[in-house]
Design a protein around this ligand. Sequence first.
Ligand code: C5P
Length: 218
Amino acid sequence: MAQKTVRCLVTAGPTQEYFDPVRFISNPSSGKMGWHIAKAAREIGWETTLILGPSALSDPDGVKTVRVVSAQDMLEESEKAFEKCDILIMAAAVCDVRPKLKVGHKVKKGEIPLTVELERTPDILLTLSKKKKEQILIGFAAETRNLVEYAKEKLEQKNLDAIVANIVGGKSSGFGSDSNEIVLIMRSGEIIDFNPAEKKTLASHLIKFVSTKFGLEK
Ligand code: C5P
């Protein structure tokens, strides 16, 4: 009997949190890792949706791509798609804070307050993990130190099935770079070390590994 198509939801890129129509807080994520993951998921035959924060990247072929700006937008779009997905891979570098007040017009230079009150953005993965039924949840942990320890904490906090941990801040991995160095930590504690490689190659290895590990092959 033919198996049903796997439905995969991927988030990628940064989010931008605006103070006024021309100024925002964000981070340097390019969206490349998640973009390649969405493409690799499509290539193994999964029906894939990519929710992409502001990014110069085009829509990957065959992937339903939804473009968003803020963490709130990403949350709303992710919630819409989550119920119908079998696997969520949350690779987005969601901006952790946003200005408490946002004004609808450009603030004159001399009137910009030099102290700005911030508030936390919604934690998308945590919100979705509370609605989890059969879905497989995979998060990302970008760290500059204590990689495995911090990643394991996040896996527990956010009730994930696995977490992809990568060191950021170096020249050859992480934000903006074409290559990356990742380890996959399973809920069981098993740690899979991937050889450093281009994000495209890593994305393909990761998807194939996850597909086998969670029994999602067609
Ligand atoms: O807690 P931390 O931001 O390091 O966790 C990283 C994981 O949580 C990533 O998968 C990221 O996409 C997700 N995240 C989220 N919503 C936030 C912050 C992070 O879904 N506001």
